[in-house]
Design a binder for this molecule. Sequence first.
Ligand SMILES: Nc1nc(=O)c2c([nH]1)NC[C@@H]1CN(c3ccc(C(=O)N[C@@H](CCC(=O)O)C(=O)O)cc3)C=[N+]21
Length: 299
Amino acid sequence: MTTVIDGKAAAASVVEAVSSAAGQLEANGHRRPGLAVVIVGDDPASHAYVGAKSRMAKQCGFNSIQHTLPEQTSQDDLMALVASLNADPDIDGILVQLPLPKHLHSEPVIQSILPEKDVDGLHVVNAGKLATGDLETGLVSCTPAGAMILVRQIHGKDLSGLNALVIGRSNLFGKPMAQLLLNANATVTIGHSRSRDLPELARQADILVAAVGRPEMVKADWLKPGATVIDVGINRIDAPERGEGKFKLVGDVAFDECKPVAKAISPVPGGVGPMTIAMLMANTVIAAYRRAGQAAPRF
Ligand SMILES: Nc1nc(=O)c2c([nH]1)NC[C@@H]1CN(c3ccc(C(=O)N[C@@H](CCC(=O)O)C(=O)O)cc3)C=[N+]21
Protein backbone atom coordinates (compact mmCIF):
# COMPACT_ATOMS: atom_id res chain seq x y z
CA MET A 1 0.00 0.00 0.00
CA THR A 2 1.20 3.45 -0.90
CA THR A 3 1.90 5.84 1.96
CA VAL A 4 0.22 9.20 1.48
CA ILE A 5 2.56 11.50 3.39
CA ASP A 6 0.66 13.58 5.92
CA GLY A 7 2.26 17.03 5.78
CA LYS A 8 -0.30 18.50 8.15
CA ALA A 9 0.57 16.01 10.87
CA ALA A 10 4.31 16.44 10.29
CA ALA A 11 3.90 20.22 10.42
CA ALA A 12 1.88 19.98 13.63
CA SER A 13 4.66 18.04 15.32
CA VAL A 14 7.28 20.59 14.20
CA VAL A 15 5.06 23.42 15.47
CA GLU A 16 4.65 21.65 18.82
CA ALA A 17 8.43 21.31 19.17
CA VAL A 18 8.85 24.98 18.18
CA SER A 19 6.28 26.12 20.76
CA SER A 20 7.98 24.16 23.48
CA ALA A 21 11.42 25.51 22.49
CA ALA A 22 9.99 29.05 22.52
CA GLY A 23 8.54 28.48 25.99
CA GLN A 24 11.89 27.13 27.19
CA LEU A 25 13.67 30.25 25.95
CA GLU A 26 11.27 32.45 27.90
CA ALA A 27 11.61 30.25 30.97
CA ASN A 28 15.37 30.82 30.74
CA GLY A 29 14.78 34.55 31.11
CA HIS A 30 14.97 35.59 27.45
CA ARG A 31 12.33 37.43 25.48
CA ARG A 32 9.93 35.65 23.14
CA PRO A 33 11.07 34.97 19.57
CA GLY A 34 10.08 37.89 17.34
CA LEU A 35 9.02 37.43 13.71
CA ALA A 36 8.36 40.31 11.32
CA VAL A 37 6.47 39.52 8.13
CA VAL A 38 6.48 42.20 5.44
CA ILE A 39 3.93 42.22 2.63
CA VAL A 40 3.69 44.79 -0.14
CA GLY A 41 0.52 45.29 -2.17
CA ASP A 42 -2.80 43.49 -2.09
CA ASP A 43 -2.44 40.17 -3.91
CA PRO A 44 -5.12 38.02 -2.22
CA ALA A 45 -3.14 34.75 -2.34
CA SER A 46 -0.11 36.45 -0.74
CA HIS A 47 -2.33 37.91 1.98
CA ALA A 48 -3.79 34.47 2.67
CA TYR A 49 -0.29 32.97 3.09
CA VAL A 50 0.91 35.84 5.25
CA GLY A 51 -2.19 35.61 7.42
CA ALA A 52 -1.50 31.91 7.95
CA LYS A 53 2.13 32.67 8.88
CA SER A 54 1.14 35.37 11.38
CA ARG A 55 -1.48 33.12 13.01
CA MET A 56 0.98 30.26 13.29
CA ALA A 57 3.60 32.58 14.83
CA LYS A 58 1.13 33.61 17.53
CA GLN A 59 0.25 29.95 18.12
CA CYS A 60 3.96 29.27 18.70
CA GLY A 61 4.05 31.99 21.35
CA PHE A 62 6.08 34.40 19.23
CA ASN A 63 5.95 38.14 19.15
CA SER A 64 4.51 38.34 15.63
CA ILE A 65 4.51 41.63 13.74
CA GLN A 66 3.07 42.17 10.29
CA HIS A 67 3.97 45.19 8.14
CA THR A 68 1.52 45.76 5.33
CA LEU A 69 2.82 48.28 2.80
CA PRO A 70 0.83 49.81 -0.06
CA GLU A 71 1.26 48.60 -3.64
CA GLN A 72 3.04 51.88 -4.61
CA THR A 73 5.76 51.52 -1.95
CA SER A 74 9.17 52.61 -3.26
CA GLN A 75 12.29 50.48 -3.23
CA ASP A 76 13.88 52.95 -0.77
CA ASP A 77 10.96 52.77 1.65
CA LEU A 78 10.99 48.98 1.62
CA MET A 79 14.76 48.92 2.14
CA ALA A 80 14.36 51.41 5.00
CA LEU A 81 11.80 49.15 6.69
CA VAL A 82 14.16 46.16 6.41
CA ALA A 83 17.00 48.29 7.86
CA SER A 84 14.84 49.22 10.84
CA LEU A 85 13.88 45.55 11.41
CA ASN A 86 17.56 44.57 11.15
CA ALA A 87 18.30 47.06 13.94
CA ASP A 88 15.30 46.07 16.09
CA PRO A 89 16.49 44.03 19.09
CA ASP A 90 13.03 42.46 19.52
CA ILE A 91 13.07 40.94 16.02
CA ASP A 92 14.81 37.60 15.39
CA GLY A 93 13.37 36.82 11.98
CA ILE A 94 12.38 38.88 8.93
CA LEU A 95 10.37 37.53 6.01
CA VAL A 96 9.53 39.64 2.98
CA GLN A 97 6.69 37.92 1.17
CA LEU A 98 7.40 37.20 -2.50
CA PRO A 99 6.64 37.99 -5.22
CA LEU A 100 6.92 41.76 -4.77
CA PRO A 101 4.95 44.13 -7.03
CA LYS A 102 6.56 44.46 -10.47
CA HIS A 103 8.25 47.83 -9.92
CA LEU A 104 10.25 46.50 -6.95
CA HIS A 105 13.46 44.45 -7.10
CA SER A 106 13.39 41.58 -4.63
CA GLU A 107 17.09 40.65 -4.76
CA PRO A 108 18.52 43.83 -3.14
CA VAL A 109 15.80 43.64 -0.49
CA ILE A 110 16.56 40.01 0.37
CA GLN A 111 20.32 40.63 0.40
CA SER A 112 19.86 43.59 2.76
CA ILE A 113 18.32 41.36 5.45
CA LEU A 114 20.88 40.42 8.10
CA PRO A 115 21.80 36.77 7.38
CA GLU A 116 21.10 35.81 11.00
CA LYS A 117 17.55 37.23 10.67
CA ASP A 118 16.95 35.75 7.20
CA VAL A 119 14.43 33.09 8.22
CA ASP A 120 13.63 32.45 4.53
CA GLY A 121 17.22 31.25 4.04
CA LEU A 122 17.58 33.27 0.83
CA HIS A 123 20.54 35.49 1.70
CA VAL A 124 23.71 34.50 -0.18
CA VAL A 125 25.44 33.83 3.15
CA ASN A 126 22.80 31.25 4.05
CA ALA A 127 22.70 29.80 0.53
CA GLY A 128 26.50 29.60 0.61
CA LYS A 129 26.59 27.85 3.98
CA LEU A 130 24.15 25.25 2.68
CA ALA A 131 26.22 24.83 -0.49
CA THR A 132 29.39 24.25 1.54
CA GLY A 133 27.65 21.72 3.78
CA ASP A 134 27.35 23.95 6.86
CA LEU A 135 23.91 23.08 8.18
CA GLU A 136 24.73 24.21 11.70
CA THR A 137 25.27 27.97 11.61
CA GLY A 138 23.08 29.16 8.72
CA LEU A 139 19.34 29.12 8.07
CA VAL A 140 17.91 26.77 5.44
CA SER A 141 15.13 27.84 3.09
CA CYS A 142 11.78 26.73 4.55
CA THR A 143 10.19 24.75 1.72
CA PRO A 144 13.22 22.53 1.00
CA ALA A 145 13.82 22.08 4.75
CA GLY A 146 10.20 20.96 5.10
CA ALA A 147 10.31 18.69 2.06
CA MET A 148 13.46 17.09 3.48
CA ILE A 149 11.68 16.22 6.72
CA LEU A 150 9.05 14.40 4.66
CA VAL A 151 11.78 12.51 2.74
CA ARG A 152 13.36 11.55 6.07
CA GLN A 153 10.03 10.08 7.27
CA ILE A 154 10.27 7.54 4.47
CA HIS A 155 14.00 6.92 4.06
CA GLY A 156 15.64 8.04 7.31
CA LYS A 157 18.57 10.45 7.46
CA ASP A 158 20.97 8.65 5.15
CA LEU A 159 20.07 8.50 1.46
CA SER A 160 23.23 6.65 0.41
CA GLY A 161 22.75 4.73 -2.81
CA LEU A 162 19.47 6.44 -3.71
CA ASN A 163 18.96 8.47 -6.88
CA ALA A 164 17.11 11.74 -6.38
CA LEU A 165 15.73 13.95 -9.12
CA VAL A 166 14.70 17.52 -8.36
CA ILE A 167 12.66 19.04 -11.18
CA GLY A 168 13.07 22.82 -10.94
CA ARG A 169 16.19 24.93 -10.41
CA SER A 170 15.05 28.06 -8.57
CA ASN A 171 17.08 29.70 -5.82
CA LEU A 172 13.96 29.51 -3.66
CA PHE A 173 13.55 25.76 -3.94
CA GLY A 174 15.30 23.57 -6.53
CA LYS A 175 18.90 24.50 -5.76
CA PRO A 176 18.63 24.32 -1.96
CA MET A 177 16.61 21.08 -2.19
CA ALA A 178 19.35 19.50 -4.31
CA GLN A 179 21.96 20.61 -1.73
CA LEU A 180 20.01 19.05 1.13
CA LEU A 181 19.61 15.75 -0.72
CA LEU A 182 23.31 15.77 -1.59
CA ASN A 183 24.20 16.44 2.05
CA ALA A 184 22.18 13.34 2.93
CA ASN A 185 24.33 11.32 0.47
CA ALA A 186 21.78 10.94 -2.33
CA THR A 187 22.94 10.90 -5.95
CA VAL A 188 21.28 14.08 -7.15
CA THR A 189 20.12 15.25 -10.57
CA ILE A 190 18.50 18.63 -11.22
CA GLY A 191 16.10 18.57 -14.16
CA HIS A 192 14.45 21.63 -15.68
CA SER A 193 12.68 23.02 -18.73
CA ARG A 194 15.80 22.60 -20.90
CA SER A 195 16.48 19.00 -19.91
CA ARG A 196 16.30 16.63 -22.88
CA ASP A 197 14.12 13.86 -21.49
CA LEU A 198 12.57 14.51 -18.09
CA PRO A 199 10.40 11.36 -18.09
CA GLU A 200 13.51 9.23 -18.67
CA LEU A 201 15.43 11.03 -15.88
CA ALA A 202 12.40 10.59 -13.62
CA ARG A 203 12.28 6.82 -14.22
CA GLN A 204 15.76 6.53 -12.63
CA ALA A 205 14.71 8.34 -9.47
CA ASP A 206 14.12 6.64 -6.14
CA ILE A 207 13.14 10.08 -4.83
CA LEU A 208 11.37 12.45 -7.21
CA VAL A 209 10.81 16.05 -6.13
CA ALA A 210 8.67 18.15 -8.46
CA ALA A 211 8.74 21.96 -8.25
CA VAL A 212 8.00 23.34 -11.69
CA GLY A 213 4.62 25.03 -11.38
CA ARG A 214 2.97 22.97 -14.14
CA PRO A 215 -0.27 21.37 -13.02
CA GLU A 216 -0.09 17.54 -12.94
CA MET A 217 2.94 17.40 -15.25
CA VAL A 218 4.46 14.27 -13.69
CA LYS A 219 2.56 11.23 -14.97
CA ALA A 220 2.43 7.65 -13.75
CA ASP A 221 4.69 6.38 -16.55
CA TRP A 222 7.45 8.79 -15.39
CA LEU A 223 7.83 6.93 -12.10
CA LYS A 224 10.17 4.18 -11.08
CA PRO A 225 7.84 1.74 -9.31
CA GLY A 226 8.25 2.17 -5.56
CA ALA A 227 9.60 5.72 -5.82
CA THR A 228 9.01 8.39 -3.19
CA VAL A 229 7.28 11.39 -4.76
CA ILE A 230 7.37 14.84 -3.15
CA ASP A 231 5.08 17.35 -4.82
CA VAL A 232 6.06 20.98 -4.25
CA GLY A 233 3.76 22.50 -6.87
CA ILE A 234 0.81 24.62 -5.85
CA ASN A 235 -1.34 25.39 -8.88
CA ARG A 236 -4.76 26.96 -8.76
CA ILE A 237 -6.88 25.55 -11.55
CA ASP A 238 -10.49 26.18 -12.46
CA ALA A 239 -12.92 23.67 -11.00
CA PRO A 240 -16.26 24.35 -12.67
CA GLU A 241 -17.56 21.06 -11.23
CA ARG A 242 -17.40 22.79 -7.81
CA GLY A 243 -19.50 25.68 -9.08
CA GLU A 244 -19.21 28.83 -11.13
CA GLY A 245 -15.84 30.59 -10.71
CA LYS A 246 -14.49 27.99 -8.24
CA PHE A 247 -10.92 26.72 -8.29
CA LYS A 248 -8.96 23.91 -6.72
CA LEU A 249 -5.33 23.36 -5.80
CA VAL A 250 -3.34 20.71 -7.63
CA GLY A 251 0.33 19.86 -7.52
CA ASP A 252 2.89 19.25 -10.27
CA VAL A 253 2.17 15.52 -9.99
CA ALA A 254 -0.88 13.73 -11.40
CA PHE A 255 -1.68 12.37 -7.94
CA ASP A 256 -4.42 9.81 -8.67
CA GLU A 257 -2.52 7.96 -11.39
CA CYS A 258 0.89 8.22 -9.67
CA LYS A 259 -0.25 7.06 -6.25
CA PRO A 260 -0.53 3.32 -7.06
CA VAL A 261 2.97 3.28 -8.63
CA ALA A 262 4.73 5.09 -5.77
CA LYS A 263 5.93 3.81 -2.42
CA ALA A 264 5.07 7.15 -0.84
CA ILE A 265 3.61 10.37 -2.22
CA SER A 266 2.88 13.80 -0.76
CA PRO A 267 -0.51 15.29 -1.63
CA VAL A 268 -1.45 18.87 -2.56
CA PRO A 269 -2.90 20.38 -0.45
CA GLY A 270 -1.75 18.85 2.83
CA GLY A 271 1.80 17.90 1.88
CA VAL A 272 4.76 20.26 1.56
CA GLY A 273 2.69 23.47 1.96
CA PRO A 274 2.01 23.15 5.69
CA MET A 275 5.67 22.18 6.23
CA THR A 276 6.81 25.48 4.69
CA ILE A 277 5.02 27.46 7.37
CA ALA A 278 6.18 25.11 10.13
CA MET A 279 9.83 25.50 9.05
CA LEU A 280 9.48 29.27 9.07
CA MET A 281 8.56 28.94 12.74
CA ALA A 282 11.47 26.54 13.27
CA ASN A 283 13.93 28.99 11.67
CA THR A 284 12.59 31.82 13.81
CA VAL A 285 13.07 29.93 17.06
CA ILE A 286 16.55 28.83 15.91
CA ALA A 287 17.44 32.47 15.16
CA ALA A 288 16.11 33.53 18.58
CA TYR A 289 18.19 30.89 20.40
CA ARG A 290 21.32 31.95 18.57
CA ARG A 291 20.74 35.63 19.36
CA ALA A 292 20.28 34.64 22.99
CA GLY A 293 23.61 32.78 22.88
CA GLN A 294 21.93 29.42 23.54
CA ALA A 295 22.36 26.14 21.68
CA ALA A 296 19.57 26.09 19.09
CA PRO A 297 17.14 23.17 18.79
CA ARG A 298 17.22 21.01 15.65
CA PHE A 299 14.26 20.00 13.56
N1 LIG B 1 9.36 35.13 1.19
C1 LIG B 1 8.56 34.11 0.91
N2 LIG B 1 8.72 32.94 1.56
C2 LIG B 1 7.91 31.89 1.31
O1 LIG B 1 8.06 30.81 1.91
C3 LIG B 1 6.85 32.06 0.35
C4 LIG B 1 6.72 33.29 -0.29
N3 LIG B 1 7.59 34.28 0.00
N4 LIG B 1 5.79 33.48 -1.22
C5 LIG B 1 4.81 32.46 -1.57
C6 LIG B 1 5.35 31.07 -1.30
C7 LIG B 1 4.27 30.03 -1.16
N5 LIG B 1 4.32 29.56 0.21
C8 LIG B 1 3.42 28.66 0.77
C9 LIG B 1 3.26 28.49 2.13
C10 LIG B 1 2.29 27.65 2.63
C11 LIG B 1 1.45 26.96 1.81
C12 LIG B 1 0.37 26.10 2.37
O2 LIG B 1 0.17 26.03 3.57
N6 LIG B 1 -0.41 25.40 1.52
C13 LIG B 1 -1.53 24.58 1.92
C14 LIG B 1 -2.80 25.02 1.23
C15 LIG B 1 -3.10 26.48 1.37
C16 LIG B 1 -4.28 26.90 0.52
O3 LIG B 1 -5.35 26.31 0.67
O4 LIG B 1 -4.08 27.84 -0.30
C17 LIG B 1 -1.27 23.15 1.51
O5 LIG B 1 -0.51 22.93 0.56
O6 LIG B 1 -1.85 22.28 2.12
C18 LIG B 1 1.60 27.10 0.46
C19 LIG B 1 2.59 27.94 -0.06
C20 LIG B 1 5.32 30.21 0.85
N7 LIG B 1 5.96 31.06 0.04
